[in-house]
Design a binder for this molecule. Sequence first.
Ligand SMILES: Cc1cc2nc3c(=O)[nH]c(=O)nc-3n(C[C@H](O)[C@H](O)[C@H](O)COP(=O)(O)OP(=O)(O)OC[C@H]3O[C@@H](n4cnc5c(N)ncnc54)[C@H](O)[C@@H]3O)c2cc1C
Length: 400
Amino acid sequence: MSARRDFDVLIAGGGMVGAALAALLASGAATRALRVALVEPQAALPPQPSEPLELRVSALSRAGERLLLAVGAWPLLAPRQPCPYERMIVWDEASPAAGAETLVFDAAEAGEPNLGHIAENRAVAAALIERALALGVTLLRSPVVGLELNPDAAHVALGGRTVTAGLAVAADGAESPLRALAGVAGEGRPYPQEAIVTHLATELPHGHAARQRFLATGPLGLLPLADGRVSIVWSTSPAEAGRLVALDAAAFGAAVTAASDGVLGALTVTAPRARFPLKRFNASTYVATRLVLVGDAAHTVHPLAGQGVNQGFLDVLALAAELGRAVAAGEDPGDARPLGRYARARRADNALMGAALDGIFRAFTDERAVVRTGRRLALRLVNRAQPLKRLLIDRALGVP
Ligand SMILES: Cc1cc2nc3c(=O)[nH]c(=O)nc-3n(C[C@H](O)[C@H](O)[C@H](O)COP(=O)(O)OP(=O)(O)OC[C@H]3O[C@@H](n4cnc5c(N)ncnc54)[C@H](O)[C@@H]3O)c2cc1C
């Protein structure tokens, strides 16, 4: 903490992850004295009651909910009605939805009321920004356009001026300009897939279950919404995604009904359709001189298990804890030691999650007979192996 610098911590990117870090630092007993800036050119505004549900929603784990509760952001989401999901149902295209090879993870098995909530990304980011500002964070509505990292400070160029900070945090998303400016590389690989996202009305009640059907062409996720509809994330080849998005509404509804094996009856499109390219990425390091990476800036994964922002929230909890420890011990929070402890705590876990999701993606899109038989056996086994199932439920709840 030095008065010679404009800020102690400058967070670039006010998406869900960066905004959560800002609010958590500003509310933590050890870190609330830090001068924190959040740099975001397009700060999210809370959706108005008359606005339709946003296309981008995320399955937030219980750990994410606890983080939002801790900073006072959770109650702000109430008008947009996050939808609790009480079970996850996962099955393979080759098996019936109600068969012995269908995995069912039930919150009740873990003694929890639910496994998490489906919430709008924009509402979550807006609630976190609102809390961060109320807790004293400075919002700079500008993009980061330049960066110089020195042993004494990070010099961050914004539109027309440069500010200094003891620590710069890259929370600026998968294409992270800060990461590029700092010269941090990584291993990245695009999936041969795009995700189609939209909301549909269902003929049968969704029963507060999140469903995932693994098709040979890619997974179809159906997430429950509070108004009774479902939000889909349908991953498939770019050519097929293009074809599906170009269908008229009735034909698209029929295609999703068939792809979901009719488990929710006939599905009717009620929102525009959007496509997102998918890639896996792991930064080669999470730390440089007076710089640290969190969220999608550090790692991106396939959305098939709804883990991306939840991994980012775990980064936020770990980083805030290390910065708090450093401040309490009289250390400089931008020093290599607390940042190194954070990186050690998070890199392996994020890499493991990325690899696991990659493995699941490959296993379920491999149509060789031996792989098909293997995964049916594996699904049966997981269903019967209570300790393994409990481990997977813990992961879904966000226990690292
Ligand atoms: C189809 C799909 C479905 C998904 N579903 C789920 C799910 O169910 N559950 C889940 O956990 N995850 C899910 N994810 C992943 C999740 O969306 C991401 O992990 C999450 O949004 C990352 O948040 P972030 O704050 O790190 O990055 P972002 O949301 O990308 O935010 C980055 C922010 O940085 C800002 N920014 C960019 N450049 C600059 C700059 N130069 N200066 C300052 N600011 C800048 C941007 O304006 C933006 O606000 C899904 C992803 C996809 C593609």
